[in-house]
Design a binder for this molecule. Structure first.
Ligand SMILES: Nc1nc2c(ncn2[C@@H]2O[C@H](COP(=O)(O)OP(=O)(O)OP(=O)(O)O)[C@@H](O)[C@H]2O)c(=O)[nH]1
Ligand SMILES: [Mg+2]
Length: 612
């Protein structure tokens, strides 16, 4: 760091400024009162701009006199990066009191990819107002939007790190920007915290193993796993700061380019970990969203993922917008940029609303289908279960279809509903998204249609990977998610799958247990136990009989006779078109044989058979 020298400036003033170098602002503030007072005094005395360069921990690295264009940025001690923002913040004064950032100020900020650019207006009476430019990525370009702030307290309340982290991440995602394009392989270091209270019984080791599988499903490679026992998650660094130092070394040794935390991180934690390790940092939710985004196939599925992603972004802007919208107080403070800061959130909210209304339109057309089904009294069965438990494999076996099954997590996202193979029964089966521990809540609610089918189903088949080491804990997670979406009130049949992987002893023990619990054991892949499963499904569905109406033309007397045999006829009315029959049917009733005669509610009284 070179000493500050300036012609015609008193030595004592230069000393005061030089002494600032290497000092940090009070309690990690962007600007503290002592330094503000010093800057104000010197600006008034010299009638010149004074400029400070800080790092992202608000340690002052350099001091200069003159405007932003004549001052050289950059310092050996201040890290600059090839992509994303540099970890540099600039604060400078404007003699005369004007707090607006000039075009020169803003273009210097873009050039230097600053975390923020602050202008301190120093009025002749020594009072201050502030303008702050914060980074944002718009139309694939870095821009700075500014807000005017009328008190130091409000300036310090701004979450500069949060904005910088968001902009950095978006810069890196730009085509040709870095991580994802230049360095295609993602080498991930996983971080986890053991709080000792995982509640539903998934221990940290398994939870980390699952995170590993998530990363692999997203095509990343795991190079190392670091965990720490703590009483709580560190609000700033996630793990302890000491542990993170160790991680800096690990990142270098293992040449990792991605850090993945097992719990959800806020924007501040992401900024802190990224700035300490120099490594792109994401959390479990982001990985899950990424996998969901890749696997969603239908228009609806894609919309739902996008919705969840927008909500996630919105959550990470929380706090920022609220503070910023308060800064525009009165005439003269409403700069064009300041409006933009508020609209950033509004923009996301509008996108969310747009997505919601598009989903609603799709929902309505789906609802029509559902209504059709209830009118026809077709029973529905939904497959639920932990991800990778074998739901799609079973679905394909029971429906003779070819829904993608694959070893990986969240292979099925969009629910599929099919008629069951008639030899197995007469009902519709739907395959649904798998559940997982810490499934982001927004994603759960986002997959409304899938879950609606779960909710509407007459019976849920809870498919369990009985050969996996965590069957019990996974079952608990599924029960919990079902409870949280308000489903699970209906009949549930537990299906222990993958018994082909168990040894004889294990299979026998499971069989005994299943008998006690009224569950069934199968191998969906090998086709074992399918008959007892279908029998159990019929028994469960048979729990409820239903009353239906038929209209049988007078010329179809055989059909009327057959109906008397297969169902309990409770009433017969002779109308012009034929005999109108009310009958109670049970699970063995061959609906398909009487489909042509079935009356729907709306048909009542019209005398017309359904499907005619
Ligand atoms: N050994 C064995 N493997 C099975 C069996 N059933 C499914 N699998 C395998 O388990 C993996 C996951 O099966 P899927 O049917 O895709 O599981 P899923 O529950 O639909 O998974 P998601 O859609 O990701 O929630 C695949 O590799 C299947 O081949 C089984 O009975 N035995
Ligand atoms: Mg599946």
């Amino acid at each position: 760091m070179s000493e500050l020298k300036a012609e015609g400036v008193r030595k004592s003033i230069l000393n005061e400024l030089n002494n600032l170098k290497g000092t940090a602002m009070e309690e990690g503030r962007l600007l503290d009162e002592t330094v503000l007072k010093l800057l104000t005094d010197i600006t008034l005395k010299l009638n010149r701009e004074v400029l400070l360069m800080l790092d992202d921990h608000n340690v002052i690295h350099n001091v200069a006199l003159g405007d932003v264009n004549t001052v050289a940025f950059g310092d050996a001690k201040m890290e600059t990066t090839a992509i994303g923002l540099n970890r540099i913040r600039v604060i400078h004064t404007h003699p005369g009191g004007n707090p607006h950032l000039s075009d020169e100020d803003l273009s210097a900020a873009v050039r230097q990819r600053l975390q923020c650019m602050v202008a301190v207006g120093v009025a002749p009476d020594g009072t201050n107002r502030f303008g702050i430019g914060l980074p944002m990525v718009e139309d694939e370009a870095l821009v700075y939007r500014y807000a005017l702030v009328d008190s130091l307290k409000r300036l310090n309340a701004l979450d500069v790190s949060g904005y910088a982290a968001l902009a950095s991440r978006e810069l890196r995602r730009l085509p040709g920007a870095g991580f994802d394009t230049v360095d295609t392989e993602e080498r991930a270091l996983l971080l986890g915290v053991d709080l000792g209270t995982r509640g539903i019984g998934i221990d940290l080791a398994s939870s980390m193993e699952e995170l590993r599988r998530l990363v692999e499903t997203a095509d990343g490679r795991v190079v190392d796993v670091v965990t720490q026992s703590r009483s709580q998650i560190d609000p700033v660094f996630y793990l302890g700061k000491g542990k993170l130092r160790e991680i800096v070394r690990l990142v270098q040794n293992a040449d990792a380019n991605l850090i993945v935390a097992n719990d959800e991180l806020n924007s501040n934690q992401i900024a802190c970990i990224e700035s300490l390790t120099g490594c792109k940092t994401i959390d479990r939710t982001t990985i899950i969203l990424d996998i969901f985004a890749r696997h969603a196939k239908t228009r609806e599925g894609k919309l739902q993922v996008e919705l969840a992603q927008q909500k996630y972004r919105m959550g990470h802007l929380k706090g920022l917008g609220i503070v910023l919208s308060r800064t525009g107080g009165g005439i003269g403070t409403r700069g064009p940029g300041e409006k933009k800061l508020e609209t950033d959130r509004r923009h996301i909210r509008r996108q969310i609303d747009e997505l919601l209304s598009r989903l609603e339109r799709i929902d309505k057309s789906n609802a029509l289908g559902a209504k059709q089904r209830t009118r026809n009294q077709v029973r529905t069965v939904a497959l639920v279960g932990y991800t990778n438990s074998g739901k799609s494999t079973l679905f394909n076996r029971l429906t003779d279809s070819d829904v993608v099954m694959q070893d990986g997590l969240f292979i099925t996202l969009d629910s599929t509903m099919r008629q069951i193979n008639p030899e197995y029964g007469n009902y519709l089966l739907s395959d649904t998204v798998g559940f997982i521990e810490k499934l982001p809540h927004d994603l759960v609610t986002a997959f409304r249609t899938t879950l609606k089918e779960v909710d509407d189903a007459d019976l849920l088949l809870h498919v369990v990977d009985a050969a996996g080491p965590h069957a019990q804990a996974q079952m608990a997670v599924v029960d919990e998610v079902l409870g949280s979406i308000g489903a699970g009130h209906q009949d549930i049949l537990v299906v222990y799958n993958k018994i082909d992987l168990l040894d004889e002893e294990g299979a026998l023990a499971l069989q005994n247990r299943a008998e006690r619990e009224g569950a069934v054991c199968i191998s969906a892949r090998e086709g074992l136990g399918i008959d007892s499963l279908t029998a159990a499904i019929s028994t469960h569905l048979g729990g409820g009989t239903c009353t239906r109406q038929f209209l049988i033309p007078y010329t179809h007397s055989k059909a009327l006779a057959a109906l008397h045999q297969k169902a309990e006829v409770t009433q017969m009315d002779y109308v012009e078109a034929g005999t109108q029959v009310t009958a109670i049917t049970d699970q063995d009733f061959p609906s398909h044989r009487f489909e042509a005669y079935a009356l729907t509610e709306e048909d009542h009284g019209t005398g017309l058979p359904d499907n005619s």
